[in-house]
Structures are given as structure tokens and as C-alpha cells.
Design a protein. Structure first.
Length: 536
């Protein structure tokens, strides 16, 4: 029996001055838009008709905004079924925060602060003045900001800033050890601190490509008039909403470094193969060797080792298996239920609401106040406040006098709705598999962080190095990958928090169904993201 799938009902709640449904709180990138960034209603309704009808030909009839521009990303994936584990439609997430809610305002505030702090090193969060300003502002939202807090009364601190919600997320360095360390290779004289992962006869270098610091995108609202006939238009927010393709124009630093900033992390999740971080973590755990889960049947065997079942090939293949099923489940939520607006799109709403639009040939001026549905707590333009800083940065760095959310990716958000998040759902699923196969309580023998150059790892400075566990660092890995997308400006906090739980459901469902197919007597134990334990 499938659960009830409930949206936040915004799709049918908001109307424009002509009393037509406006869909201003819903995803619409790659569709045709008016100058104010509002989607063409007929195009949007064609999408809803296709999703509800399910006929593949209906998807071919959806009008898009730019000829030869971006296509929609796989809206039929959520209509698939599986022969193992929960079907895509058999799991769900709760309604997303509404555009007119204070929680949504708090989530957008966090994203603006993340954009402003993309190039601040994690190691400097304890001293950087902008980190203190971010902490103070997010605390002004009280309980409506749902990020992690500590102390009495609970509050956002420099230690909890931009982190995940589990205890492991708050312990030790911001970046999970599984995104930094390698594994030992005695033949080559390599240890974990060298940052190389053995991949058969190859080596995976954990030093990553990174985007050039200070370079953001889509901070211009629209192309400046008059545009010369036939000349390429400069990248701009409005063209991106209509589907203009700015992919592969990112400026990348050729030097590789360990991940030290939100921009570094955002670059990682821009180009990753979707399950690669968990594959790498699994390779590290298999060669450490970290203890296997206490219920693994080969812990007790005197004559056998696991391999195709309860051994390395088993867990490695399961990571890919749950990733595909997780994607189908979250794609049903994205396209079939919620169709939530992307932060990039919402930044355009904020800009038009606060500034309006000047008159242009063929277009009258648009006065401010276009979108009164936006919660007022994200509209404060007090000098020195958050939006004033965003405007100043966009103007000083990019020459654009806007309140748009700076994007870390040249193309901005991908062409599918925000909620839930694909990376986060796959994170939840793959990390759950790893927690089922390995002893989560095992303490890592050492903790490493990047040095000042970013080229090398060094031991976490005393006093004292925190005791990090496999389970805690896996939870942190899931958060790093998911929140890296937030750091890029393409996802919301609740996209992460709800989607990792969705992925967890998928993984547990697969493990439960597979249990009856094995000859060995076994059980697998998992500490869930909410802190409760379960045995399968």
C-alpha cells in the first residue's frame, strides 16, 4: 500500500493580478517565462498533465523556453517500478516549507550566507568575522531555522554553522575523513595521510579540482539593452530560467587541492559520479581494515570468508544498486508531488520584489512589490545586513546591482525540481549500506585535515584530537555531499534533511527483502540518522 503523498499546496494557492494561477513557488526552469521570471501557465500545466497522465508522448508536447536549450531532466524516472526494494511511489517525504513561511526565509538566509562564505576556509570559521555575523543572523530566526544547534538554550554556533544534523556531523573537522584520507599501500610506501585510494592497480587522488575562488555566476538579471543582432547575450538569470545552456563554462583552477572551502565542496558535487564518494569510502573501509558489522556471519566462521555474499564485492555492488533505486524514488517526489522552486529561481523573486524592473523597449517598468507572498524576514535590506551584503558583493565582484543568489555553477541549478535532492537521497541510501556492513562504533586511529597549502594532510592539531567513529564520519559524509549542493546555491536545507531519510528507507527496504535470499544466518545493525538503532 502506497503512502499518501502531500505537497504544501502552493501550486494552487498563489494567483497573479489577473487571478490566474501563477506557480511562483514552483520549479519552472527551462520553461518559457515572462520578463518578471514568471512561468508561462500553459507550459507548466502541460508538465502537470504529462506527469499525471504518464503517457510518454505527453512529455514530448511540453513547450520549452529556448530552442536547442536545456531539456528537462528525466521527469519519467519516478514513474518506473522495481522488482526489489520499495517502488519509487512507495516512499514519501513530508510537504516542503512554503515560500510564505518563516522557515523558508531562514533557509534562504542560510543559502545567501553560504554564498558569501564560499571561499572562507573551514579552519577559519572559529575566527572569521563573517562567520560570527552568519551565526547571529541565523539565530535571529529562532526555531524557524532548523539547522543544528548546541548549548542551553540551543543556538547556532561557529562549530555548527552549515553542518548536518547528526551528532557525528558536529564532531571534529567539517569535512569527513572519507573525503580526505587514502589507504595504506605498503608496496608504494603510502599511508592514509597521503590521500591516495587504491583502486585495483590505479590510485584515486583525493586532491580535487576546484573552481576559481571569487567566481560566481548568474548574478545579472537580464541582458543589457540593446543587444546587437546576432551577438551572444551575456549569461544572465532570466535567460537561464528560459533554458539557456551555460554548462561547461566554469573557470577551474588546474591545481588540485584537498577540500577546504564550501566552493571546493560545491565543485566536487558538481562533477562527481553520483555514488563515487561512497565507493571511495567503501574502498578505504575494506582496506583499513575496519571491523565488519557484528552480525556479519563470517565474523564467526573458522573456515570461510565472505565474498559474493557479505564480502567486498557484495557491499561494493550494493552501493550502485541502491543509488539507482534512490534516484527513482526521489524523482517521483520531485516531479510527481512537490515541484518545489529552486533557490536560484527564488533569488529572482526576491530581486524583482525589492527592486522592480526598469522600462525597456517594448516592456513597461515593473514596480517593486510584485510578490507579496514572500515572507518579510528575508526581505530586510538594512545597510550592513544580509541582503545589503549580497547586493554589494554582486555589484563589486560582478558589476551587477542585484539581490540574486550567486551561483557556484555556471549553468546554475539543474533542470529538475528542488525537493527532494538527488545527491542527498543517494547519500542516505549508500551511507546506510555502509553502516550495515561495517562496525559503526570503530574509532578512526587518527584525524587529518588539509595543511595551509591544501596540498598535504596533517594530523588534527591538539588539544585533543576528537575521537571520530566510522558511523559518525559516514553521517558527516552524507551531509557533506548533500550540503555541498546547498553551498552551490541549488538546494535548500530541507531538501537535504528529508532526502537522506528517504534514501535510508530505500536502503533498508532492499536489505530487508534480500535477507531471505541468503543461506547464511546473519543480521545487520544500523544506527539511523535520527539516532535510533535497527537490526535487519
Amino acid at each position: 500500500m502506497h503512502p499518501e503523498h502531500r505537497s504544501n499546496s502552493e501550486e494552487s494557492d498563489y494567483r497573479n493580478a489577473s487571478n490566474e494561477l501563477s506557480y511562483i513557488a514552483n520549479y519552472s526552469k527551462a520553461f518559457p517565462h515572462s520578463r518578471t521570471g514568471e512561468v508561462d501557465g500553459n507550459s507548466y500545466r502541460a508538465l502537470v498533465h504529462a506527469v499525471d497522465g504518464g503517457d510518454p508522448q505527453l512529455f514530448e508536447l511540453i513547450p520549452l523556453g529556448t530552442p536547442a536549450g536545456l531539456d528537462l531532466t528525466n521527469p519519467q524516472a519516478g514513474l518506473a517500478f522495481d522488482l526489489e526494494g520499495p517502488d519509487a511511489q512507495a516512499v514519501t517525504v513530508p510537504p516542503a516549507p512554503r515560500l510564505d513561511s518563516r522557515e523558508n526565509a531562514a533557509e534562504m538566509a542560510e543559502l545567501y550566507w553560504m554564498a558569501l562564505m564560499r571561499d572562507v576556509r573551514f579552519a577559519n570559521y572559529g575566527t572569521a568575522s563573517i562567520a560570527g555575523d552568519a551565526v547571529a543572523h541565523l539565530n535571529s530566526f529562532g526555531q524557524d531555522f532548523r539547522g543544528p544547534k548546541e548549548g542551553t538554550p540551543p543556538a547556532v554556533t561557529r562549530q555548527t554553522l552549515f553542518r548536518g544534523f547528526t551528532p557525528g556531523d558536529l564532531r571534529g573537522p567539517y569535512i569527513s575523513q572519507f573525503l580526505l584520507i587514502g589507504n595504506a599501500d605498503p608496496a608504494l610506501g603510502l599511508g592514509p595521510e597521503d590521500g591516495f585510494i587504491r583502486y585495483g592497480t590505479l590510485l584515486i587522488d583525493q586532491r580535487s579540482r576546484r573552481a576559481v575562488p571569487g567566481k560566481d555566476y548568474l548574478t545579472r538579471y537580464e541582458a543589457p539593452p540593446p543587444a546587437p543582432a546576432g551577438a551572444p547575450l551575456p549569461p544572465n538569470w532570466l535567460a537561464a530560467q528560459n533554458g539557456a545552456d551555460y554548462r561547461d563554462t566554469d573557470v577551474i583552477d588546474p591545481n588540485r587541492r584537498f577540500i577546504r572551502t564550501l566552493r571546493d565542496l560545491a565543485t566536487y558535487v558538481h562533477f562527481d559520479a553520483l555514488y563515487e564518494a561512497y565507493l571511495n569510502a567503501c574502498l578505504i573501509l575494506l582496506s583499513t581494515p575496519a571491523p565488519l558489522d557484528q552480525g556479519n556471519p563470517y565474523n564467526r566462521s573458522q573456515t570461510q570468508d565472505g565474498f559474493g555474499t557479505f564480502g567486498g564485492p557484495h557491499v561494493l555492488s550494493l552501493l550502485t544498486e541502491v543509488a539507482t533505486r534512490a534516484l527513482k524514488a526521489v524523482w517521483y517526489q520531485k516531479w510527481g508531488v512537490h515541484r518545489r522552486i529552486r533557490p536560484e529561481e527564488f533569488g529572482g523573486r526576491i530581486h524583482v520584489h525589492l527592486r522592480g524592473l526598469p522600462a525597456r523597449p517594448g516592456y513597461p517598468a515593473v514596480p517593486p512589490g510584485r510578490f507579496p507572498q514572500i515572507h518579510p524576514d528575508i526581505l530586510d535590506t538594512t545597510p550592513g545586513g544580509l541582503l545589503d551584503r549580497v547586493r554589494a558583493r554582486n555589484l563589486a565582484s560582478f558589476g551587477n546591482d542585484t539581490y540574486l543568489l550567486p551561483q557556484a555553477f555556471a549553468e546554475g541549478a539543474p533542470t529538475h525540481p528542488a525537493y527532494g535532492a538527488g545527491h542527498a537521497t543517494v547519500s542516505g541510501a549508500c551511507v546506510t549500506i555502509l553502516k550495515a556492513f561495517f562496525d559503526e562504533s570503530y574509532e578512526l586511529p587518527a584525524v587529518y585535515v588539509p595543511d595551509a597549502t591544501g596540498q598535504n594532510l596533517q594530523l588534527q592539531p591538539a588539544p585533543p584530537a576528537p575521537k571520530l567513529t566510522v558511523g559518525g564520519e559516514l553521517d558527516k559524509l552524507a551531509a557533506n555531499i548533500a550540503l555541498g549542493r546547498n553551498a552551490a546555491g541549488v538546494h535548500w536545507r530541507s531538501d537535504y534533511t528529508e532526502s537522506v531519510l528517504l534514501g535510508e528507507q530505500i536502503a533498508m527496504g532492499i536489505l530487508e527483502e534480500q535477507k531471505a535470499t541468503y543461506n547464511e544466518h546473519h543480521h545487520l545493525t544500523i544506527r539511523r540518522f535520527d539516532g535510533t538503532g535497527i537490526a535487519i
